[in-house]
Design a protein around this ligand. Structure first.
Ligand code: SF4
Length: 321
């Protein structure tokens, strides 16, 4: 019998894998890179190598973005569509399991660890929607959950599985110690659960801006402002300035103050005169210029130089996303 193990590289998924391998089950790991979760591929890869099992890597793309725009089961505390996200992951796992001839799926889910997606009814719903009802084994909480196909068929010994529930990580940390397992420190999790980041995503969707690879990268950078139908992003340091230059498209304008330390500002969307002046004064505000500044803006080639005064904090507060 073969198991496909969803391996995020985090402690719960590493323990789930360990518990399955302990029962001598032939396993393949699947690492699914989600756009708003810190990339943990290195750790997932190191874990798979350490256990001597193959690792399949998949990157979530447009389909995931469509789910995020309009999740069937809604959002959690931020813009995190956790139930739809779990369904998406299980669907992908089913696809890979079918391709590899795996008989069931293993996840590191812990009952009650996350309020939206890891209570009993949600777990059952996620399986049904993904077309894998009864085929998802959650070794960390299995003894608190209905019997699954691999347990019923005797492929897996249920008595050797665990009954962990709740948010406390202590049981998992104790197990990691017992098994002498290396695991990464929690990495901040999913950006969609953070209020500030969720506001940026909400703003994009409200303005019908597409969630593409480019726009997702922009969401993670700089200070964001909304001016009518324009989106304005100001770099906070040299690295972000360089990224903004890399991510600019031919339709975008970029702004810089001449003769002073200056951020790069990117203007996307409507290019009204008011928006251009606002972006110029915003750039001046975050530059080293005190009173007046000459701001140059480009669409690749130079368009114009404007002499402006920097905006004050009270001028910009209502435009901040
Ligand atoms: S927190 Fe983010 S990554 Fe985790 S299930 Fe929810 S949406 Fe998906």
């Amino acid at each position: 019998m073969k198991a496909l193990v969803l391996l995020s590289g985090g402690l719960d998924s590493i323990l789930a894998l360990k518990l399955i391998l302990e029962q001598g089950i032939d396993s393949v790991a699947l690492y699914l890179q989600l756009p708003f979760v810190v990339d943990n591929e290195d750790h997932a890869g190191a874990t798979a190598r350490r256990f001597g099992i193959p690792l399949v890597r998949l990157v979530a793309g447009d389909e995931y973005m469509r789910i995020l725009s309009n999740p069937k089961y809604g959002y959690g505390s931020g813009m995190n569509p956790c139930i739809d996200c779990h369904i998406y992951m299980l669907r992908k796992a089913r696809m890979v399991a079918e391709a590899l001839g795996a008989h069931f799926i293993v996840t590191g889910d812990v009952l009650g660890e996350r309020p939206m997606s890891q209570y009993r009814r949600a777990l059952a719903l996620e399986e049904r929607e993904a077309g894998v009802a009864g085929k998802v084994l959650r070794p960390l909480s299995a003894r608190l959950l209905p019997e699954t196909v691999p347990e019923r068929e005797g492929w897996v010994d249920r008595t050797r599985l665990l009954a962990i529930s709740g948010k406390s990580r202590r049981p998992q940390i104790a197990l990691a110690k017992r098994y002498n397992l290396e695991y990464p420190t929690p990495s901040g999790g999913c950006l969609l659960t953070y209020r500030e980041f969720a506001a940026r995503v909400r703003d994009m969707l409200a303005h019908n801006e597409p969630l593409t690879k480019n726009t997702v990268k922009l969401l993670k950078l700089g200070r964001h402002f909304r001016f009518g139908h324009s989106k304005i992003i100001v770099g906070r340091n040299r690295g972000e300035n360089e990224m903004l230059m890399q991510l600019r498209t031919p339709d975008d304008y970029t702004f810089e103050v001449l003769g002073y330390g200056s951020p790069v500002t990117l203007l996307r969307g409507a290019k009204s005169r008011d928006a251009v002046v606002f972006a110029s004064r915003l750039t001046a505000r975050y530059s080293d210029a005190d009173t007046e500044a000459v701001v140059e803006y480009r669409d690749g080639s130079l368009i114009e130089r404007l002499t402006v005064t920097p905006l004050s904090e009270s001028d910009i507060a209502r435009f901040r996303v």
